[in-house]
Design a protein around this ligand. Structure first.
Ligand code: PLP
Length: 449
């Protein structure tokens, strides 16, 4: 569409007048006014089009404005926009059936929420009531959402300002060979030592006081660390031995991102509770939920479940989820994510890493990849310090600006950039984005020593 900078300026001014933004100093932000989006792209009012290598907040797995999902929302809006959670309604039941059909094992009951954080809140509530225990263990390198318990479970610095209410939350180190907390030299050592560390944490916290362990199947925002073979199976075994509920958070990793419907499918592990959101309907209408095992569901057969939300299983959200899951199956979108990741993105990133002194490690699977940027490949010192802001973060800010000048919208977190395009990304789009990334990395290389 034609450029219209005046319209863009008006949209930005209206935003700054009344919109209060997430995670931001309100006086220091400069939000880009958006005119439209389609597939793997979105564009502004100044004639700039961006290839979206972030999938927004890693949620538009089906791309922007998928026609089948848009139509399903329109049809549902004409039929029934809203109805309270207590009623039985066709579209909610179908969304629950389609999710249950895809989740591993016996996770066959679905509690719907409006997003990921509420899914985590409710999973923890279920685990505490099911076990009668209070404590929950989570990983330092994690993000689980921004509500009360979810932000306390989160390991990254966004937890710090809200940490006052963290009673009952204990953090531990998960496996991450490149920056091993255990001085391990290979994946097998890392796996064994991470499991031994978890065992020791449990012993010292008291197994009888621990309700749940929550892990992202593949930690996302914290750096896309694919767990070593045997780690998740080891955590499953530890949980079984101590009567601890195992929660896998698949809010980011689920619904095609890793090249399977769920990341747990890569590891043959079934948790007791699985949280989802984002890709379930690509965020076209807010939706999340908890998939619940038969045993935990049975806890609430005769005893009321003490939790609920006005919009649990909202018809518009459920209609978009049904259309999303059906379109993903019909158009083989999960298979596309696996194919493009393995055949195009992975090999290209490894080749890019060889040529750029700033790329310390490439890791990932499907359309879920991270580049760990460093000052020096030998020392592995991160390109910017942990939680850097302002001038200390300049190298990453310069890299992000270079991406945008090249028509690429990157995902950037601390010293990492993540390559997380839509699961629908074509080979040509992936190559276009990888070429822009290659070019932009010279801005990061300039800060290596
Ligand atoms: N869990 C994980 C693994 C996430 O990545 C996120 C969001 O990025 C959340 C939970 C929180 O989801 P929401 O922002 O929908 O509340």
């Amino acid at each position: 569409s034609a450029a219209d900078p005046a319209a863009g300026a008006a949209v930005k001014a209206a935003d700054r007048a009344h919109v209060f933004h997430s995670w931001s100093a309100q006086g220091l932000i400069d939000p880009l006014p958006i005119a439209g989006a389609e597939g793997s792209y979105f564009w502004d009012y100044d004639g700039n089009r961006y290839l979206d290598f972030s999938s927004q907040l890693v949620n538009t797995n089906i791309g922007h404005q998928h026609p089948k999902v848009v139509a399903a929302i329109q049809e549902q809006a004409a039929k029934l926009c809203t109805i309270a959670p207590g009623f039985a309604v066709d579209v909610r039941s179908e969304a629950a059936r389609l999710v249950a059909e895809r989740t591993p094992g016996d996770l066959d009951k679905i509690f719907f929420t409006n997003g990921g954080a509420e899914a985590v809140e409710n999973a923890v509530r279920m685990a505490r009531l099911h076990t009668g225990r209070a404590k929950v263990l989570s990983a330092y390198r994690s993000y689980h959402g921004a509500t009360a318990t979810a932000i306390n479970l989160t390991g990254d610095p966004r937890r710090w300002p809200s940490d006052t209410a963290s009673a009952g939350v204990i953090h531990f180190w998960g496996p991450f060979l490149y920056r091993s907390a255990f001085h391990a030299e290979n994946e097998q050592q890392e796996c064994e030592r991470a499991l031994a560390h978890l065992e020791q944490t449990i012993a010292f916290e008291g197994p009888q006081s621990i309700a749940a362990i929550i892990l992202e199947t593949v930690p996302g925002t914290a750096g896309i660390m694919v767990p070593p073979a045997g780690y998740l199976a080891g955590v499953r075994e530890i949980c079984d031995r101590h009567g601890i509920v195992f929660i896998l958070d698949e809010v980011m990793a689920g619904f095609g991102r890793t090249g399977h419907w769920f990341a747990a499918d890569h590891f043959g592990v079934t948790p007791d509770l699985l949280t989802f959101a984002k890709g379930v309907n690509s965020g076209y209408v807010p939706l999340g939920g908890v998939a619940i095992s038969a045993e935990i569901a049975a806890t609430f057969d005769q005893r009321p479940y003490p939790g609920g939300l006005t919009y649990s299983g909202h018809p518009l959200a459920c209609a978009s989820a049904v259309a999303t899951m059906n379109a993903m199956a019909e158009e083989r979108i999960v298979e596309n994510a696996a194919d493009i990741g393995e055949r195009v993105i992975g090999p290209a990133l490894r080749e890019i890493a060889e040529r750029h002194p700033s790329v310390g490690e490439v890791r990932g699977l499907g359309v879920f990849w991270a580049l760990d940027l460093v000052k020096n490949k030998e020392t592995r010192e991160p390109l910017v310090p942990y939680n850097a802001a302002g001038a200390a973060n300049a190298p990453m800010a310069e890299f992000a600006a270079a991406c945008k000048r090249g028509g690429l919208w990157p995902f950037v977190n601390m010293n990492r950039t993540h390559v997380v395009p839509a699961c629908t990304v074509t080979e040509a789009e992936a190559k276009e984005g990888l070429a822009a990334l290659d070019e932009a990395l010279t801005a990061a290389d300039a800060h290596t020593v």
